[in-house]
Design a protein around this ligand. Structure first.
Ligand code: COA
Length: 415
């Protein structure tokens, strides 16, 4: 039995943040019923299409293990069917623009009335306050949540990151809120509202940067490279390039072939406990005893110079050879892996983190499976549904409609 078997999710999500959340719940065994607008569906089905007329990878990779029903809750029949779905489901998840579900005629008060055990979870761009009515996409959240101002190089503009911390990151936060509310419902017998704003989710992931903001009041941030470069700090957490963000200095260093391979680099951490090993490895054994280098505090004003010296060594080796040399010495480091390398990495296939899925109109494609592994509830990645693929079975088995009632609802454009 899967961990969330028996939990039924009314999935009103679209694009990325909400679908990430409900896909995760589906992988843990919940029955996720994705409600989509008749004839249209989730907008991402048609976005960034690589094959004409076929559901995009954007859609297929975010909607595994779900069932799809088409339904327009703004029609008369649609409202009746939607009400039945609220009665039959445990959790409703949505990430429409603020107020959209209310405008469909289903504010939280009404949902609670229909089903007091319902857990109603939402992603919005912002929490209550001046921006609560705004629509928000990934990069807007990265910018307003503190990620962009602290990402990039000191002499360059703010940067967004490739990791979808605004969308997928908030979806993960929301999933945790939902299972927490389900756990609470075991004791209280009641549902509740679960909300996660994308700005809040990103800021939570930028927690260490707010830490540094407050440390600035007590002096320069000595572990930042700019300290060693003699560049004064301003009044807010600066962009830190590839600095580690933690107490052990780190940087991205060139490896053999960097001139023609954009990913021939390694992340190298000068772990204090193995400083002696690092010195021996890079041919600087004299640094082990030198008072200017021996202790971590003594090194803080020369971090960029130290990494220049380490790079002299890494440039002579392939990025994987750097890792092979460092690991036995307990020096933490990691090659910069391209998407191509990750897609082809056999160990990720073995663990189910990268999975090949077959789709009836697309054929085979690669996706990222469930990164969270439960020993007694392993995830099986099943293809995303076609638009309305499960409408009839859901309308019959979950909603309880007869064939004639389904035909009438179709006539009205409700499904
Ligand atoms: N039947 C009928 N109408 C439907 C429907 C259905 N099954 N599903 C959605 N709709 C309607 C909604 O009711 C809404 O109509 P309304 O504005 O007239 O009330 C409309 O479709 C569009 O919803 P909206 O959310 O405004 O879509 P959008 O494409 O304009 O905006 C976002 C997209 C992502 C910017 C916006 O949804 C948003 O800000 N969401 C919250 C934050 C978020 O999750 N952002 C990241 C997404 S990855």
């Amino acid at each position: 039995m899967k961990a969330l078997e028996g939990v039924r999710i009314l999935d009103m999500t679209h694009v990325q943040s909400g679908p990430t959340c409900t896909q995760l719940l589906a992988w843990f065994g919940a029955d996720v019923i994705k409600v989509e607008r008749p004839g249209v569906g989730d907008a991402t089905r048609g976005q960034l299409r690589d094959i004409p007329g076929v559901d995009s990878l954007y859609f297929t990779m975010l909607n595994h293990n779900k069932r799809s029903v088409t339904l327009n809750p703004k029609t008369e029949q649609g409202k009746r069917i939607f009400t039945r779905l609220i009665e039959e489901c445990d959790v409703m998840v949505e990430n429409f623009a603020p107020g959209a579900i209310d405008r469909m005629g289903f504010p939280w008060e009404k949902i609670q009335q229909i089903n007091p055990r319902m857990i109603y979870a939402s992603v919005k761009g912002f929490g209550p306050g001046p921006y609560e009515d705004c629509k928000v996409y990934e990069n807007v959240a990265q910018c307003t949540g503190g990620a962009a101002s602290t990402t990039g190089f000191l002499d360059g503009p703010p940067l967004v990151t490739g990791a979808q911390i605004g969308d997928s990151g908030t979806g993960l936060h929301l999933a945790l809120g939902i299972v927490t509310a389900l756990y609470h419902r075991e004791k209280s017998g009641k549902g509740q509202r679960v909300e996660c704003a994308m700005q809040d989710g990103v800021l939570n992931l930028c927690r260490v940067k707010l830490r540094d903001q407050q440390r600035l009041a007590h002096g320069p941030l000595k572990e930042y490279s700019q300290y060693g470069q003699g560049i004064p700090f301003g009044d807010s957490t600066p962009r830190a390039g590839n600095d580690s963000g933690g107490g052990q200095p780190g940087w991205i260093l060139k490896c053999k072939g960097w001139e023609h391979d954009p990913n021939a680099y390694v992340y190298f951490i000068t772990q204090a406990a193995v400083w002696g090993n690092i010195c021996d490895l890079i041919g600087k054994p004299e640094w082990k005893e030198d008072p200017g280098y021996a202790k971590p505090e003594a090194r803080l004003d020369k971090i960029p110079q130290i990494f220049d010296a380490i790079e002299e060594w890494t440039r002579t080796l392939d990025k994987f050879d750097v890792m092979r040399a460092c690991n036995p010495l307990n020096i933490p480091c990691g090659p910069i892996l391209s998407m191509k390398e990750l897609a082809e990495e056999p160990s990720l296939r073995d663990t189910g983190t990268v999975v090949e899925v077959d789709h009836p109109t697309r054929g085979k494609y690669l996706t990222v499976g469930n990164p969270v592994k439960l020993s007694d509830s392993p995830s099986e990645v099943l293809r995303s549904p076609l638009l309305g693929e499960h409408s009839d079975e859901i309308l019959k088995d979950v909603v309880g409609l007869s064939d004639a009632e389904i035909a009438a609802a179709r006539e009205e454009g409700a499904v």
